[in-house]
Write a new protein. Structure first.
Length: 192
C-alpha cells in the first residue's frame, strides 16, 4: 500500500510530537496545525515522518486532527535518526518535496528540500553550548543550507547571519517570520 501512495510533500514532524517542547518543537507543531487547517490540506498528499514506535503514538502527540490526505510514517531509530533513518526512508519512499522545520536536512533527500533555520545563536553565544554541540550545529547548518533548495530564515537578522557566516546566496533565502499563537493576545481585563 505504501508503494501506491506517493507523497507530494514529506515533512520531518519528529519535533512536533516531542513531549518536551522548546521553541523549535512549538514552531513545528504550530506550523503543522496551521497547515492542517487549510482547505488544500484535504487534497494534497502529505507524509509526516516521526521517530516513534507506531502511528498511534504519533497521532496522540499531534496537537490537531490529521486531514484525510495526510498520513504519519513512524520510523523509529535510536540515534542519528535524521541522517540514518530518515535518509533511508528518502531512498525507499522519496516525496516530491521535503520540508524540514528544524534545521537538520537528512544526508539523502529529495532535490526539492526546504529547511528552516531559526537562528545562529551558537555563534553569538558560544559559551551557552558545549564544544561538541557547537560543532554539530555548525556542520548541520552548513550542510543544510548547502543542500536545501530553499532556506527559510525566521528573521532578517538570521538571513544576514546565513549570508555572512555560511555564504548562503540571498536569492535562496526567504524570510518568513514566526506567527503569533492565538493564546497570546492583549489582556484587556486589568484583574486578569
Amino acid at each position: 500500500m505504501r508503494d501506491k501512495w506517493r507523497a507530494a510533500i514529506g515533512i520531518d514532524a519528529s519535533r512536533a510530537v516531542t513531549m518536551q517542547r522548546t521553541g523549535t518543537e512549538h514552531y513545528s507543531a504550530s506550523l503543522l496545525r496551521a497547515l492542517a487547517a487549510l482547505p488544500s490540506a484535504q487534497i494534497r498528499p502529505i507524509v509526516l515522518y516521526v521517530n516513534l514506535r507506531d502511528v498511534h503514538e504519533a497521532r496522540d502527540g499531534l496537537p490537531f486532527a490529521l486531514p484525510n490526505a495526510w498520513r504519519v510514517q513512524a520510523i523509529p531509530f535510536p540515534r542519528l535518526w535524521t541522517h540514518v533513518r530518515l535518509s533511508a526512508e528518502m531512498v525507499v519512499h522519496r516525496p516530491e518535496t521535503l520540508f524540514v522545520p528544524s534545521h537538520v536536512v537528512p544526508v539523502l533527500h529529495p532535490r526539492k528540500t526546504v529547511v528552516t533555520i531559526h537562528d545562529l545563536g551558537y555563534l553569538a553565544y558560544p559559551l551557552a553550548h558545549t564544544r561538541l554541540s557547537r560543532l554539530y550545529l555548525h556542520l548541520s547548518t552548513w550542510f543544510s543550507t548547502r543542500s536545501a533548495s530553499r532556506v527559510i530564515a525566521i528573521s532578517q537578522a538570521t538571513k544576514r547571519d546565513l549570508i555572512k557566516h555560511y555564504k548562503v546566496p540571498a536569492r535562496k533565502i526567504s524570510v518568513i517570520y514566526h506567527g503569533r499563537d492565538a493564546i497570546f493576545q492583549r489582556v484587556l481585563d486589568e484583574s486578569a
